[in-house]
Design a protein around this ligand. Sequence first.
Ligand code: C2E
Ligand code: CA
Ligand code: CA
Length: 428
Amino acid sequence: MNRQVQSNNTSQGSGFERLDAQLRSALERGHRAAIVVLNFPDIDHARAEIGHESTDALLEEIEAEVTARGRTSDLVQALGPGKFLLHLAPIRHPAQVRLALERLADTLGKIFEAHGAAQAARLAAGAVMAPQHGYEAKKLLQHAEASAIRARDRGELLLLHVPDTGDVVSSHQAMAPRLARAIKWGELELHYQPTLCLRSGRIVGAEALMRWEDPELGSIPPDTFIAAAEATGQIFDLTQFALQNACNQLSKWNASLPQLKVAVNVTPSILTDDYFIDVLDNALSSGSAEPGQLGIEITENAIMEDRDAAHEVLLKLRNRGIGVSIDDFGTGYSSLAYLKQIPAEELKIDRSFVTGMLSDGGDHKIVEHSIRIGSSFGMSVVAEGVEDEQTLDRLRWLGCDYAQGYGICKPLDSADFEAFCLEKQTGD
Ligand code: C2E
Ligand code: CA
Ligand code: CA
């Protein structure tokens, strides 16, 4: 077992040097990395239950599994019996570490079970992110180990090292613990803004918009906390929350509002994240929502930022039957030549052109042309920000397919949204 490093002396020896080298190489390439220490705190129960020999066999199998799971760019080392060090790079968000660990815990749990030691399967891990929490392998490893011990003591699967609050923190950083708490304690909620079909006069779907009610600060606008979440790396957790909740809600509504569609907003950094599709698949697999009921809204610029990567993800969404809308259309800088190649089903005309289109000739022209462009590329067209009946009539006349806006309905919580739709149906 030449990969083994002394468990009580992890900051020395060849294992540590390898970690140091791997970390340097990741940081030099501009990658982010996670250092994770994980162990099985209840392994002694297994020894008592199934004996030393069987426990050793079990641990060997565990080690083979953990090692086999590393990507080629990852480093996995055994620190001692049932204790491992993982260096994961590149990695963008702590939530990716959690996702990977949840999966690992699942698989390893089955191995414990097969050995008749299910009661000892608890996994406790501590993680630290580089360069956010430091650059030095030695210090980072110490932090990860300390977090793993805290995770063990608190009965958590994973605890992430949070730097001491003596550090200089930006306002975004200062929001991070509040936001983390909000995600954990359910202070976030999705509201739903109806989409009206201009031909049938029916509500066919909704856009999910996130709301945050902080117990002290009151309600915080999504533009503010989404930007903060982008800066602190929590945007992955937020998107996971939105996708999971939208799918749960769709499952619940499948009885009362069948065939409803819900679209979730996704920011550029998330779209091309390695784990985005996994999170999406997880959300869809947990209920009765069909992929065709879920939509993703992405701004024009998000797609343009990293065309090839975005294109690849959009094709994956299309293959799954998930709808893609180009959000805030008209504010970006995509060329028509490129627009026609984007695998998207829908264009959403930005509300800055729609709201005042009856009084501003220029805006009216932009809306008119956007409808034509969308239709000629085979996309359906949604006008956002419709605030009055006259604008709605004009959009209908111009051949726009769908509309959204305060003039139809403001975003509502799930109960009010359901009531609104049911009332509209019976009023037909
Ligand atoms: P967006 O995607 O363009 O969402 C539409 C915004 O316009 C919403 O603001 C909505 O309440 C507002 N709106 C709808 N109809 C009207 C209208 O008739 N008049 C006016 N003046 N405004 C209208 P909200 O909810 O404050 O969201 C702002 C932005 O925050 C969204 O812009 C979106 O970019 C972002 N956002 C919201 N929820 C999420 C989320 O779950 N994930 C991500 N990544 N971004 C989100
Ligand atoms: Ca949107
Ligand atoms: Ca929009």
